[in-house]
Design a protein around this ligand. Structure first.
Ligand code: ADP
Ligand code: MG
Length: 563
């Protein structure tokens, strides 16, 4: 059914003053010149979740150059640009009934704006206006027959956009992706561009710090230049594959670098300050998280002989300690294929990280269940090829095992590897001390959830995101607050959908690793739309990494594994 502008306006005028439930009569599809408005689902009352509306313009009418709207990655960048354009237009209009979504400093693949071979589509959430429980028909007509089509024209008619700004947005995105894809060939795990602004405005803002920020400057010995296909050249600090330790006095900017690296798995918008802070895509932040649930993790590389006699090759608890939770986070990251670990002393369990000589003397080895990370960081590298970037200002214990030691002094990094080696008495040019590989990380057994492991008791609408940090799954709540690389509530929404998707995959034979690969392949093929059952309007979702989907699964207290 397709009707015209006057149809919808007239219908809404007729509905004015009638009870709210009558809004559902406007479900359907309407043409406004080049714009098609789809009213997919109408809310049942003014307090229910908003109505789902899409607007669409055909490719021919939109008039975008094909060279920036064909490739999948380019489409993500263009969609991001258009989303920001639309968000600004709505703010300028002061129209708060229409929700388009609010992107942050990163460029994520989202459902909010979709570009396909046929055209451009925005997915809106609209709060249809009411007075009490009565329809405000004229206001609704304003929103749906004027504001919404106008928004589509503002976003999707290329002739009205700043074409140069759009091109630059796409090119910056391409360049960041290219640099990330080249890290591996250069033997690097991360890169921090000169002049990057790493600190944020405040603890609760993701915007760059103002003029007080000291721009990043690479030490000479680590400086590398990338010349990109676009002709752009970017110079900065290269962090090689291996063990890198960041030291320095308190408040000298150590954690700030690590936090920027965590975000470096995502592309950033121009002006963020972290456009050229690039980490390889699997880089994973590993922290202590006491109280979390753990199901069947093999944490034996770090923890054995617990006083309870618990089997740490299949470690299960509803309430992990600081050290066991950090060990679980680490082995789970390995399971999802992490090739780089990012660890900050501020969020680590000290007894997981180190043990000094006097403590070794006082407590006999067989009474200490923990083999600290300092003893495992080299085997991780040699047996699994996993690099570590670690902030450690309080202990020199990692000097012996580091390939590279960077010292921060008032936010300025220096390469102090040679001096650190001297201090531990290593021969000039000697390799970091390597314990004989003992195969601890060689073979981690696959974890296979039981069939029905993810079928929560209440069947209808079982998974739902509650803000950034929580997924409600059946009757239980999954706490995601510790995931610093989960950065947008729309990703949390997609994680909730992913859990439903996983529930269908798990059959008692498919491992967690296989299931995550299946989701990633589906997302690559169908885009983030593919993860929902809704064909038309998927709501507002953003693509999470497999790492974060796995993290949610691993924190689900109802997870059950095949023995
Ligand atoms: P550390 O981990 O070494 O104790 P932080 O990284 O927490 O230090 O940084 C301490 C403070 O310095 C924070 O308030 C942070 O915003 C600020 N800061 C970090 N880097 C810079 C910089 N490059 N320029 C200005 N301020 C910075
Ligand atoms: Mg710190």
């Amino acid at each position: 059914m397709s009707s015209t502008r006057t149809d919808l306006a007239a219908r809404l005028r007729d509905l004015d003053g009638r009870s709210y439930g009558n809004y559902k009569q406007i479900t359907g599809r309407y043409r406004f010149g080049p714009v098609t408005v789809f009213i997919d689902r109408v809310q049942v009352d003014p307090f229910a979740s908003p109505s789902k509306v899409r607007v669409r313009i055909d490719r021919a009418e939109a008039g975008f150059p094909t060279d920036i709207t064909t490739d999948g990655a380019d489409r993500i960048a263009v969609a991001d640009f258009l989303l920001r354009t639309g968000t600004k237009a709505l703010a300028d209009l002061g129209q708060r009934a229409i929700i388009l979504g609010r992107p942050g400093q990163e460029i994520l693949e989202r459902t909010n704006v979709r570009i396909d071979d046929d055209g451009f589509e925005a997915r809106l959430l609209v709060n249809l206006p009411a007075k009490g429980r009565r329809i405000l028909g004229r206001q609704a007509a304003d929103i749906l027959t004027r504001n919404v089509p106008e928004l589509a024209r503002t976003m999707f008619l290329h002739s009205g956009l700043d074409a140069e700004a759009l091109r630059q947005h796409v090119q910056l995105h391409r360049d960041q992706l290219e640099l990330r894809s080249r890290l591996g060939d250069e033997g690097l795990v991360a890169f921090v561009g000169n002049d990057a602004i790493l600190p944020r405005r405040s603890g609760d803002s993701d915007l760059p710090m103002d003029s007080a920020a000291v721009p990043f400057r690479s030490p000479d010995s680590l400086e590398t230049t990338f010349v990109l296909a676009s002709g752009r050249s970017v110079t900065g600090m290269a962090i090689p594959h291996g063990v890198t330790v960041i030291v320095g006095g308190g408040y000298h900017g150590k954690s700030t670098i690590l936090r920027a690296l965590e975000r470096g798995v995502y592309p950033h918008i121009a002006g963020d300050g972290r456009e050229w802070v690039i980490a390889e895509p699997t880089a994973s932040s590993i922290r202590a998280e006491d109280g979390r649930a753990v199901t069947g993790d093999d944490i034996s590389p770090f923890i054995t002989n617990l006083p309870t006699g618990t089997d740490t090759r299949f470690f299960t608890t509803t309430n992990a300690s600081g050290s066991t939770s950090q060990a679980a986070n680490l082995v789970e990251a390995l399971e999802t294929g992490a090739r780089t670990l990012l660890i900050d002393e501020d969020t680590s369990a000290t007894n997981f990280m180190i043990r000094d000589d006097r403590m070794r003397a006082l407590i006999p080895a067989e009474r200490e269940p923990i083999t600290p990370f300092v003893s495992r960081v080299r085997p991780l590298l040699t047996e699994r090829g996993v690099s570590t970037v670690l902030v450690a200002g309080g202990s020199s214990a990692f000097f012996e095992v580091a390939d590279l030691v960077i010292a921060l002094d008032a936010y300025v990094p220096a390469d102090v590897t040679a001096r650190a080696r001297e201090l531990v008495g290593a021969e000039d040019g000697a390799e970091p001390s390597v314990e004989a590989p003992d195969g601890v990380f060689a073979a981690a057994p696959a974890r296979v959830p039981t069939a029905g492991a993810l079928r929560p008791s209440s069947k209808t609408k079982s998974a739902k995101a509650k803000g950034l940090d929580t997924v409600q799954f059946g009757r239980s709540f999954i706490d995601l607050a510790a995931l610093s690389q989960l950065i947008d509530g729309q990703q949390t929404g997609a994680i909730a959908e992913a859990l439903e998707y996983l529930a269908e995959i798990f059959d008692g034979q498919t491992s967690i690793t296989e299931a995550l690969a299946e989701i990633d392949a589906m997302l690559d093929a169908q885009g983030i739309d593919g993860i929902t059952g809704h064909r038309a309007h998927p709501g507002h979702l953003a693509r999470p990494r497999a790492q974060e989907i796995a993290a949610a699964l691993n924190r689900f207290r109802g997870l059950r594994l095949v023995d």
